[in-house]
Design a protein around this ligand. Sequence first.
Ligand code: RP5
Length: 165
Amino acid sequence: MTDSKPQVAVIMGSASDWETMKHACDILDQFGVAYHKQVISAHRTPELMADFAHGARANGFKVIIAGAGGAAHLPGMVAAQTTLPVIGVPVRSHALSGWDSLLSIVQMPGGIPVATTAVGNSGATNAGLLAVQMLSAFDADLASKLEDYRNELKEKVAQSNAQLV
Ligand code: RP5
């Protein structure tokens, strides 16, 4: 995390979500995007959730990443109370392996979008990347870093092919 004003808020329903959500923060660190991270529970701290969502734009955030598991209402309920883009990360649950999380987050009613990622760590990684890509629409330096990132992915595939011989 840099010293500049956070552009991204990474929120999660419980500290138990951190093992997943840290993958989003790792990406933001990698791209030098300042972020704020916080546990906010839709069910256990509904007033805090509402205050956060209503104040998010005024507090300077550009994108919100929200991760939750089980009855994962946090992304949708935050999206209902802000017009900032919200990226929802379904955290893998113990009881239903994240099916519950995914369906809770993805099936939003028309009018209140949540950009839902894959379940678990890769979803959190992609949430970080998607936030960077959103910011890159207005930031040439980030756009350039994203090109480098994609080229590194291609290089890794090429290297993995070389290992097949
Ligand atoms: C959700 O309930 C959280 O997002 C978490 O994924 C799940 C379990 O929370 P804990 O009981 O581990 O705090 O609200």
